[in-house]
Design a protein around this ligand. Structure first.
Ligand code: F0G
Length: 467
């Protein structure tokens, strides 16, 4: 079935809008006050004080009319509900895994996997751990080891699969640490590394190396559909395959997966842990019951499971994926044209501004990406998130080490904002870019030991954010 007319090239939102949610305009003075009250931490703002909320693409998207209809069919039985079986069938069709455990979100799946598979002293390699994945690995006393390919750490590098795992280093780590690596993870797409995809060839190779050492490979598959579409667009031999077939092949190289279904599950809550190993699955199910609930609902309502069963397939529809990737690339092209340095090429769910390149006068010790994210809010009411040294700078032993990159992520909720929202955002960035030399850094006033970016309080290091 053709998915577009050959005569027209404009890529449009493949939906029309049935329900709308007003957003609230504020003045710069109001935003200045809100920032101070929030301790210069965008996580602590009231969402009503935000005009365009690009904090995350997680659980913030719009559901389809089919999903809302599905919610009315949700079966709320405590055990063995119909909606669970629909959810399980959808996940099994896509992933092929034997055991599918629903969880309330991705980090619950990570915590359960860490709880049953890791022990102190273990090492878990990953292309790049997301912050909650890292925290769950470290909480189990294990070391979270990031092994991105070198190109993945160069923001301007145009490598088509910058999310790839460095398989040479993986081979080395496995050879040097026999018995200490209980599993390897690959995050698709690589969120902390710029939303960059992982190629099928890389997954195949990582899988081969893991299996030579008898170590299972797990995908952190939050954005599996976006990754599948990048493979279709960029990897030889996949042009004529459907995103579903590509996703199935991606999962065929793995032994299990953790998923935050708040991303490519197209729903507001949900996740899963899926795996083939019967013994591990048995322990995981017991741990699931302890904190999430019975294995046929795992902390979710029946209607959530129903919305997800529909959402997983909507995420794999080509017109949706084409629009999704194109709208991010559109923003990327405009920013590049105006000289705003971003991680290239644009990722699947977000644009990442390279704050170190944009604000070379702000030292890393003064958190340039955090400062820039505050200024985007102050000037334009736009909420983004820092992926830099506030998020990753604190080491498990309490010392500080600058993060490899200082990024500001503009993450797009799925099916939520239109092109004019993006055009407004481009104007805000142009305005801030013209004044970039006047932006000053920030310092930590107070911070917890783990996941400090969520609740830390900061303050301008030189009196004001913009001088
Ligand atoms: N793994 C990746 C790659 C993620 O991006 C996230 C969440 C998780 C795991 C954890 O899933 O939030 O459902 O518990 N990322 C969100 C973000 C929060 O903004 O990127 P969760």
């Amino acid at each position: 079935m053709p998915t577009r007319d050959p005569h027209f090239t404009t890529i449009i939102e493949p939906f029309r809008i049935k329900a709308v949610e007003p957003i609230r305009f504020t003045t710069r003075d109001e935003r200045q006050t809100a920032l101070a009250a929030a301790g210069y931490n965008l996580f602590k703002l009231r969402a009503d004080d935000v005009l365009i909320d690009l904090l995350t693409d997680s659980g913030t998207g719009a559901m389809s009319s089919e999903q809302w209809a599905g919610m009315m069919r949700g079966d709320e039985s405590y055990a063995g509900g119909r909606s669970f079986y629909r959810f399980e069938a959808a996940v099994r069709e896509i992933t092929g895994f034997a055991h599918i455990l629903p969880t309330h979100q991705g980090r619950a799946a990570e915590r359960i996997l860490a709880g049953v598979a890791l022990k102190p002293g273990d090492i878990v390699p990953n292309n790049t751990h997301f912050d909650t994945t890292r925290a769950n690995v470290e909480n189990a006393g294990a070391t979270a080891l990031d092994l991105p390919i070198p190109e993945g750490l160069e923001p301007a590098n145009l490598h088509p699969f910058k999310g790839n795992l460095d398989t040479e280093r993986l081979r080395q780590v496995l050879a040097d640490n026999p018995g200490k690596v209980p599993l390897v993870m690959v995050t698709v797409t690589n969120n902390s590394g710029g939303g960059q995809p992982v190629s099928m060839a890389n997954l195949r190779e990582a899988s081969r190396i893991c299996h030579e050492h008898g170590v299972p490979l797990f995908l952190d598959c939050c954005r599996f559909a976006e990754n599948a579409y990048f493979i279709k667009l960029r990897e030889e031999g996949y042009q004529d395959k459907t995103p579903l077939a590509i996703a199935q092949e991606m999962f065929s190289h793995a032994d299990g997966a953790t998923m935050s279904a708040k991303k490519d599950g197209m729903a507001n809550i949900g996740g899963f842990l899926a795996l083939n190993d019967d013994t591990l699955a048995e322990s995981a199910r017991n741990l699931l019951i302890l904190s999430e609930g019975f294995p046929t609902y795992g902390g979710l309502a029946g209607y959530d499971l129903e919305a997800l069963a529909i959402g997983f397939h909507e995420a794999l529809q080509e017109p949706y994926l084409r629009y999704r990737l194109r709208s991010i690339a559109y923003l990327g092209e405009k920013l590049t044209a105006m000289g705003v340095p971003i991680v290239q090429p644009p990722g699947g769910h977000a644009i990442y501004i390279d704050a170190r390149a944009m604000l070379p006068h702000v030292p890393q010790s003064e958190f340039p990406a955090w400062a820039l994210s505050l200024v985007l809010y102050l000037e334009g009411g736009v909420r983004s998130v820092e992926i830099g040294s506030v998020m990753f700078g604190r080491q498990p032993d309490g010392s500080e080490k600058p993060a490899p990159m200082e990024l500001v992520r503009l993450a797009f909720p799925r099916r939520t904002y239109t092109q004019s929202h993006v055009d407004y955002l481009i104007e805000v960035l142009a305005y801030v870019n013209e004044r970039k030399d006047r932006i000053r850094g920030v310092r930590l006033a107070q911070a917890p030991a783990v996941l400090r970016h969520f609740s830390a309080t900061l303050e301008p290091a030189h009196g004001a954010l913009v001088v």
